[in-house]
Design a protein. Sequence first.
Length: 393
Amino acid sequence: MNSTLVIGDLHLRTFASPSVVEALLALLGREPDAHLVLSGDTLDIAAEPCAPTDAVARILARFPDVARALAERASRGVRTTFVAGNHDAAIATPEGLSALRDALGVRGDDQALIDATPWFVRLAGGLVHVEHGHVFDPDGAPTHPLAPTPRDDVGIRILRGFIVPVGAHELVHVNAETPLRLLARVIVKYGPRAPEVIARYVATAVGTVRGAGKRFPLAEDRALAQQRLRSFAERDGLDPETLEALQAAHATPTMASATEAFLRLYLDRVFATIALCGGAGMATAGVVGLATPVGVPAMLCGVPLATAGALALTASIVAKTNRYHGRADRALQAGADAIAEITGARTVVLGHVHVASEGPRYRNTASFAFTPGAEGRPYLRVFDDGEVRRAFA
């Protein structure tokens, strides 16, 4: 029986672990004729400090064996389908797909066998629906999967503005932790540079909030995407009304609200901590009789500032220590149920959260790169009769 391999969250980037590539190549060698679906965040375009099309070329130049393997499969008529995720949304644009085919070195008719979709693919005659899943996570949701211009979500803005410049890539995989734990990680890793690194985070977070709300073109992008619904529906065998129902089930991006972005980045706790530490420092200075630049005794300014910071920080933590732990995973499980109800799919395959979640109609690929277990690196095998099995490389 024929099968399709679905690999999620490969996160190939110029500094990716060679062991990830070795496992991928070994799997492709064992499955030379299987249709390959790479279900999002395959090329970690957002983690490269250059334009998206240049990032595609840089990554595949770093791992030429991967490029050769995919091109060789295409030369034998074997398909590879890239599903866009939030880290590689540009791969499904005309420019991104052209850069991908060029980087792989495919020519002529072989190019049609290397394809990319901005939203989803349907396998086994529609019994299995595959997409990345970020559309259900407010922090990763695009304005619309069919919007002509990919917009950076909250996480990608922090990745580009903070994570990549300071080289703090390990923080990407613990982003659901509370600020205190993340702060501790930064202090341990960067030592004397920690204040500089923290200041960069604050600046990037503030800039992200400034770009949220009314400045985030949610309505405009959705209007433009509406014009693309019919052509996408014809390609994937669903009517426009079904696509509209699917889109209605998507999360509203965090970037659509400046308040939500402010809270998601824990800026309330960041500023409360700054007030607490700054006020405590001023109060300490006041003990020895120092004054502020305007001549007010430091004690009179420091104590109220520190008190206000402490109260605000305590109130925020008491309300909920970790506001977002597990939110994305729960959202994807609910989203999978919605897709199944709307499309009639027997199984919905998502990724994004790097967790091997399962339900009656839901399978998550987990991350091929970041969630290896004792059995190996996880992926899914989809058979023509609609059966979906978890497998390991």
